[in-house]
Design a protein around this ligand. Structure first.
Ligand code: ADP
Length: 335
């Protein structure tokens, strides 16, 4: 008979914690194991484990304990801390300014800074993250929750993986809100930061995100020319009206370095976003040049932020500025 809790503990110590650090007793995953008349009961803390891994660990512990002589039943109560996730919205006044490119590279750069990052592609007008991130797999679902895909050190889900992108285009109101819920409430595991690539402008997806999942802040992407900046100002107004702090403005496609002669020209002007940011009293987060390599890297599914080149440094600095702003905004909210 195994009316001896020591045998149960020995059996548990043979089960490794899937997130490392030793066995499930040593890491504290298993708490309060008890044995009464052949029935083992325990609490299993599955904080930070994706659903599939949780279920596997539960089954493994159950099978291990059931094999101990005299054990007739195993009862496991799973608990998990709710992970406080920070959502960063990336918006723009209009399409084509590089909002998706910035979202992907910002997310990767944040990941390289040690954050656990997820990227949500909520751009119903042109979900491009599977292309940019170079992952076209179809995500699976466990217990009706989608399991994000992995690419370049971060997790990601795209509305383009849910439906045929051509159909998503016609979505309005509840359909768009539903799709967004599936993406945001997916099985993100221990993800701390979620970067959301929003559609341009201010439609149903923006309103749903702002009302239901309150982002910690918004990053606005604009090209330097006046027309784009007028639209960017509208995007900023929308977030501000909804009480979402503006983390700052990113100027994209600023200055074109000719790949042949190296001469810098400014097809869309230069510095417009920085001046605009100053006028509106929002932080200026950085400037990304218009380069052939950024376009080619996006098409090839190898975002520059994941590499070692000069552009990786640009995105790293923007990511550091974003993180700084998130932390500053957080502390202002608390104080
Ligand atoms: P949006 O999400 O605002 O519609 P995208 O990120 O899809 O814009 O970018 C539109 C196009 O511009 C893509 O082909 C992308 O590769 C290209 N692009 C974006 N930023 C740059 C840049 N800094 N230099 C060169 N091409 C860029």
């Amino acid at each position: 008979m195994a009316e001896n809790i020591d045998q149960i503990l020995v059996a548990l110590r043979a089960v490794e914690d899937p997130s490392g650090g030793g066995d499930v007793v040593a890491t504290g995953r298993v708490a309060a194991p008890r044995l009464e008349q052949g029935v083992v009961s325990l609490i299993l803390d599955v904080t930070g484990l994706p659903i599939a891994m949780r279920n596997k660990l539960e089954q493994q512990i159950s099978a291990t304990l059931a094999a101990v002589a005299g054990v007739s039943d195993v009862r496991i109560a799973m608990t998990a801390d709710k992970v406080g996730r920070t959502i960063i919205a990336v918006g723009s006044g209009k399409g084509g300014v590089g909002k998706s490119t910035v979202s992907a590279n910002l997310a990767i750069a944040l990941g390289r800074m040690g954050q656990k990052v997820g990227l949500v592609d909520a751009d119903i007008y042109g979900p491009s993250q599977p292309n940019i991130m170079g992952n076209h797999d179809k995500p699976e679902a466990v217990d009706k929750k989608m399991i994000p895909l992995e690419a370049h050190g971060i997790r990601m889900l795209s509305i383009g993986q849910l439906v045929d992108p051509k159909r998503a285009l016609a979505w309005r109101g509840p359909m768009a809100a539903n799709a967004l819920a599936q993406l945001i409430e997916a099985d993100w595991g221990d993800t701390e930061l979620i970067v959301v690539d929003l559609p341009p402008g201010s439609g149903d997806v923006q309103l749903t995100l702002l009302q239901r999942w309150k982002p910690a802040g918004a990053v606005i992407v604009s090209t330097p020319q006046d027309l784009a900046l007028i639209d960017a100002r509208r995007a900023i107004d929308l977030f501000t009206q909804m009480d979402v702090p503006i983390l700052g403005l990113v100027e994209n496609m600023a200055g074109y370095a000719c790949p042949h002669c190296g001469k810098i020209s400014d097809p869309f002007g230069r510095g417009g976003a920085e001046t605009e940011a100053a006028e509106m009293g929002v932080p200026f987060l950085g400037r990304i040049p218009l380069t052939l390599s950024i376009r080619e890297a996006s098409d090839a599914g190898t975002p520059p932020a994941a590499g070692q080149g000069e552009e990786a440094g640009i995105f790293e600095r923007i990511a550091a500025a974003v993180l700084d702003e998130v932390n500053r905004k957080r502390s202002t909210i608390i104080v």
